[in-house]
Design a protein around this ligand. Structure first.
Ligand SMILES: [Ca+2]
Length: 471
């Protein structure tokens, strides 16, 4: 009842009531705060039209971007699903020993941290977790009024694919099926989110409604009509389809995640035809999730909730689609660290792009500021709200990491060190994106760059955070 009061009664009445309510009303005034529609897309890389790609068909994302602030230089803090999500939702930077793998549990790693949904729920928001938000379905339960998953466990629509899945480690890497969108999990997810919007429209409480899409994560399964949007013969391998000898060997991996699927060679590089088939499947999945997001955004409009709702869309990390002859994430090339991030704030955004370097731990304090709440002191990021208001950003750098590799992104420079527990480096790589956007020319061992490397190494240690090496 207290939560309902906060947003339905006037400030003057509430100022007379209990202390905690008074604090909230002083922040929120007598107006209902903005809702947040929080769209998380699994393994979506920024190969989208509004980032200049011009070949993936994603009309709904394009439309949303035209009404949003588009972050051209947004970086995840760790390129693996579970850890990236736990870090983003708690606003805490990954360290050497915190937020490490896909199987990261917020409750186990930082049980006392107040997550973004928890803070919102505490302040009167209805919070709903739909689909893939945290890695574990039952993580951070106290933060949510409701947690929902599509009932179907696997990603395959065809009985023969399901049979293969049943008898193998991961099943087929892709599937082309002539089925309705709602046969797959993300189609079911869109219908659930639409249902939620209808219900929430009737409520006096603001909402934090999430839509955690599971594609374009492997396996690349999507209705045939989305595969048909692309001509395989037009698909080309990336320009950076090479692993230069000057790049440390630690920078590459054998993309074991992909090799777990059937019909993928267990070693060596992929045959070109298979590589192109995978790229085709990835594109099909992006178009499929675009359509599902479109259904939800149409409903938001139809219900006249648009002006009251902030929409934020992010992918949990980048993805190598053949870049550097790599597949999947789990590396610190820009292709795995750079992510799509767009935010639509009614009355404030209209398709502007920013070059300000932003990291995922900045999302939590930004959303909190936008709805007029105070951030807990556990947050490591900085709000990007000044950028939304046309002011100078609060910082111009990001730090990402994966296993031993830690990367400082600053200006055009992308500097990675591989370090042991004591913080001493055993391999390095430095790229200058002004002259080498594809990251093919490692400068870190060149004599002319030794002073620069020394300075970057020092700066990296300052910026990775005081707890970075703590056990
Ligand atoms: Ca992911």
């Amino acid at each position: 009842m207290k939560r309902l009061l906060v947003f339905t009664l006037s400030a003057s009445i509430l100022l007379l009531s209990c202390k905690t309510v008074k604090k909230e009303i002083a922040i929120n005034t007598d107006k209902k705060p903005k809702n947040i529609l929080f769209i998380a897309v699994d393994d979506l890389r920024p190969e989208l039209n509004f980032y200049g790609a011009n070949h993936i068909k994603s009309p709904n994302l394009d439309q949303l971007a035209s009404e949003s602030l588009v972050f051209n230089k947004a970086y995840c803090n760790i390129p693996v699903c579970g850890a990236s999500r736990a870090s983003l939702l708690t606003g805490m930077r990954p360290t050497r020993n915190r937020f490490i793998t896909a199987h990261t549990s917020k409750d186990k790693q930082v049980p006392n941290a107040k997550s973004l949904p928890f803070l919102l729920k505490e302040n009167g928001y209805t919070t709903i977790s739909n689909g893939k938000i945290y890695h574990y379905n039952k993580d951070d339960v106290a933060a949510w009024d409701e947690m929902w998953q599509p009932d179907k466990l696997w990603s395959y629509a065809l009985p023969e694919s399901q049979e293969i899945r049943k008898n193998t480690k991961r099943g087929l890497p892709f599937e082309v099926a002539e089925v309705h969108d709602s046969v797959y999990r993300d189609g079911k997810l869109a219908l659930k989110v639409i249902q939620d919007l209808k219900k929430l429209k009737q409520s006096n409480q603001p909402f934090f409604l999430t839509m955690g899409l599971m594609k374009p994560h492997l396996p690349f399964t999507a209705p045939k009509k989305y595969w048909d949007l692309y001509d395989r013969n037009q698909i080309e391998l990336p320009e950076s389809y090479i692993q230069p000898k000057t790049t440390p060997k630690q920078a590459f991996h054998r993309y074991g995640e992909l090799r777990n699927y059937e019909n993928i060679p267990k070693k060596g590089h992929l045959p070109d035809d298979l590589a192109k088939e995978l790229i085709h499947g990835y594109y099909a999945c992006v178009s499929y999730i675009d359509a599902q997001i479109g259904l939800v955004l149409d409903e938001l409009k139809r219900l006249e909730l648009e002006d009251d709702t902030i929409v934020v869309l992010w992918g949990d990390h980048g993805w190598n689609l053949g870049d550097h002859k790599l597949w999947c994430k789990h590396v610190t090339f820009e292709t795995a660290l750079r992510t799509p991030l767009i935010i639509k704030v009614p009355g404030k955004t209209k398709g502007t792009k920013t070059e300000a370097i932003t990291e995922y731990i900045d999302i939590y304090p930004s959303l909190v500021e936008l709805v007029g709440l105070e951030s807990p002191n556990t947050l490591d990021g900085k709000s990007f709200v000044p950028i939304l208001e046309g002011k100078e950003p609060q910082k111009d750098w990001a730090v990402s990491k994966f296993k031993d590799a830690v990367t400082l992104i600053k200006g055009d420079l992308f500097y990675t060190e591989w370090t042991k527990d004591d913080g001493v480096a055993y391999a390095r790589m430095l790229f200058d994106h002004k002259t080498d956007p594809l990251e093919l020319d490692n400068l870190a061992e060149k004599p002319a760059y030794q002073e620069k490397v020394k300075a970057l190494a020092l700066e990296l240690r300052k910026k990775w955070g005081k707890d970075f090496l703590t056990k």
